[in-house]
Design a protein around this ligand. Structure first.
Ligand code: KIV
Ligand code: NA
Length: 263
């Protein structure tokens, strides 16, 4: 059965965990789709894991369209979520719609953009024109230069209050989902209680509607230091299919993320 915006809301309402993984090509799309991953995120993390860059900033919207097209061809049931790239949506709601509509035409069912409450006008503009939006808050990697590195967000009480307000405002503006990256687990739980839409976490603890991992992190093929929130599912599974199924099962039964993966 096809995963849609309404399926996701129903899952969250019934307390069934949503599974999301990044995906950049058709072969992995078919594998992930078959393993029951609900959402395939064509993330701008491809700038790092595919292109070998040290941030997501150089990725272009044209490159995203290409990878979305590849993933869409390999997908039967999963919802395809496409990232909006740095510089492709911040200027105006009109600019965002122009680029988002091309991502939808390439096969995405929803787009994801980074930023806080100030993005609400853009979110509303897209949603009113038929483009479902996932709002990405907390550690937003396109802000790496502004943050001065990849750091956990929302640790101080002021920051935490601002992030809760961001989530509330973006959900009120019509965002279909809120994705939180690298925030303390209690903050993610609070946001999940406050907003009426499904929440997805990465490094955000267990008390969210679903989880996302970068595929190459979950398979242990990304070089370099493993982030705290990552689990290498390949180590125990022995096959790629097995590792993806282990991830799906671990998210569904709540065994991932464990305390060791949380902030
Ligand atoms: O680009 C990406 O992979 C992402 C996830 C880390 C959420 O945005
Ligand atoms: Na991203």
């Amino acid at each position: 059965m096809k995963t849609t915006v309404s399926t996701l809301h129903k899952m969250a309402a019934e307390g069934r965990k949503i599974t999301m993984m990044t995906c950049y090509d058709a072969s992995f799309a078919t594998l992930l789709d078959t393993a029951g991953v609900d959402i395939l995120l064509v993330g701008d993390s491809l700038g790092m894991v595919i292109q070998g860059g040290d941030s997501t900033l150089p990725v272009t919207q044209q490159e995203m369209e290409y990878h979305v097209r590849c993933v869409a061809r390999g997908t039967k049931n999963a919802l395809v979520l496409g990232d909006m790239t740095f510089g492709a949506y911040q200027q105006s709601p009109q600019q965002a719609f122009e680029n988002a509509s091309r991502l939808i035409q390439a096969g995405a069912h929803m787009v994801k953009l980074e930023g806080g409450a100030y993005m609400a006008e853009t979110v509303r503009f897209l949603v009113e024109r038929g483009v479902p939006v996932c709002a990405h808050i907390g550690l937003t990697p396109q802000f790496v230069n502004a943050f001065g590195g990849y750091k956990v967000q929302g640790r101080s009480e002021d920051d935490a209050r601002r992030i809760v307000e961001d989530a509330r405002t973006l959900a009120d503006a019509g965002a279909s989902m809120v994705l939180m990256e690298c925030v303390p687990a209690p903050l993610a739980r609070e946001i999940t209680e406050v907003v009426r839409v499904p929440t997805i976490g990465i490094g955000a603890g267990p008390d969210v509607s679903g989880q996302v991992l970068v595929l190459y992190d979950a398979l242990g093929v990304y070089p370099g230091k493993k982030a705290r929130f990552v689990k290498n599912f390949m180590a125990e599974a022995g096959s790629i299919q097995g590792a993806v199924e282990a991830y799906v099962n671990a998210v569904r039964d709540g065994s991932f993320p464990a305390a060791e993966h949380c902030f």
